[in-house]
Design a protein around this ligand. Structure first.
Ligand SMILES: [Mn+2]
Length: 199
């Protein structure tokens, strides 16, 4: 198995972010955004997606976490897009249901090259999300989908605690990534599109 790698570094007046990932990893995370809850959610993508992810972030959080969350999504998205490349041999579509105690989430993805998201997360407040907020979690996911070029439908089907609801949704996304980005031997390294391209 070759290693499908993606690297994206971005320095702006607001943030300085480096992301590298390996789709053929084992789920090794080295994630440091400065926001512990954000790190916790991002590490679910690596661990349960079996993607090695390194993220380092320097940034100005004086205005809150908006710039850091948004720019981290841009960098992960672009690194992911680079790692997927033309998608030769991948399953392309993936889905997963993941529970966490009383919470249950559904994620469906399609690496179609079309960044479009429908997010029904119903995080009704910012309680128990550490230094994150519910709208930033939604903003992260819509930015990630757009920048990486995958179609994302994500729904929190039930739950009470926001930490559980957010974590189950990121685990569901991770497992959907794992399915969609796995190599199908039967596909014989073909691009998974009758159009001939997903880029
Ligand atoms: Mn947790």
């Amino acid at each position: 198995m070759t290693n499908r790698l993606g690297v994206y570094d971005r320095k702006t007046n607001e943030t300085d972010i480096s992301v590298s990932l390996n789709l053929d990893g084992t789920g090794q995370n080295n994630i440091s955004t400065g926001n512990a809850m954000f790190d916790h959610l991002l590490s679910q993508i690596g661990r349960h997606g079996l993607i090695d992810i390194s993220i380092s972030v320097e940034g100005d959080d004086e205005l809150g976490w908006h710039h850091i969350v948004e720019d981290t999504a841009v960098c992960i998205g672009r690194a992911l897009k680079e790692a997927v490349k033309e998608g030769k041999g991948i399953t392309r579509m993936g889905h997963s249901f993941v529970p966490l105690d009383e919470s249950l989430s559904l994620a469906v993805v399609d690496f179609s090259g079309r960044g479009y998201s429908i997010l029904e997360m119903d995080l009704l407040s910012d309680s128990d999300l550490g230094d994150l907020t519910s709208d930033l979690i939604v903003h992260f996911l819509e930015t990630l989908s757009r920048e990486a070029g995958f179609n994302l439908h994500l729904q929190i089907l039930r739950g009470n605690n926001n930490h559980h609801k957010a974590e189950s949704s990121f685990k569901a996304l991770a497992r959907a990534f794992n399915m969609a980005l796995s190599i199908q031997n039967k596909a014989n390294n073909e691009v998974p599109s009758t159009k001939g391209t997903i880029t």
